[in-house]
Design a binder for this molecule. Structure first.
Ligand SMILES: [Zn+2]
Ligand SMILES: [Zn+2]
Length: 142
């Protein structure tokens, strides 16, 4: 009995950590948040609890950014903007209405729109555009 309660306590803590932020964290970030409250929790337990929460529809996966899967406490469909420099993920408010496109009988049960780019913080840090020269160099080499 107490084991079951302990189990749900960890799951609650994981869920709460994801819901407490808008940063769409990865498992390691969640682990860092939960660890002070539940010192006996392991990263593996965090992964397991994320999996269970996803199966129950309490958490959503945003996708893999910089080799780490990121999670969202908001499971209702919404759009994301991902910074390709720092890997931050932001919710995009509104945009196109979520109408059902006609796809020749294809039944859509999930759709995901992701905008990739550079966030305001990253684009403000570096002045001047350095990327183009490198790109030209790469294409010029043949
Ligand atoms: Zn950024
Ligand atoms: Zn989101």
């Amino acid at each position: 009995m107490s084991q079951a309660r302990n189990y749900s306590k960890k799951r609650e803590a994981v869920l709460e950590a994801v819901r407490s932020t808008k940063c769409h964290p990865g498992a390691r970030w969640i682990y860092e948040q939960v660890k002070p409250k539940l010192p006996d929790i392991s990263l593996g337990t965090v992964y397991r609890n994320i999996k269970v929460c996803r199966e129950e529809g309490l958490l959503a996966s945003v996708g893999v950014v910089n080799n780490e899967e990121r999670f969202d406490g908001i499971v209702e469909p919404h759009q994301h903007a991902i910074c390709t420099k720092c890997g931050s993920i932001m919710d995009v408010e509104s945009a196109a209405p979520a109408g059902q496109p006609s796809l020749n009988g294809f039944a859509v049960d999930n759709r995901r729109t992701v905008f990739y780019g550079v966030c305001a913080k990253c684009s403000g840090q570096k002045k001047g555009f350095k990327g183009f020269g490198r790109l030209v160099g790469r294409f010029g080499k043949n």
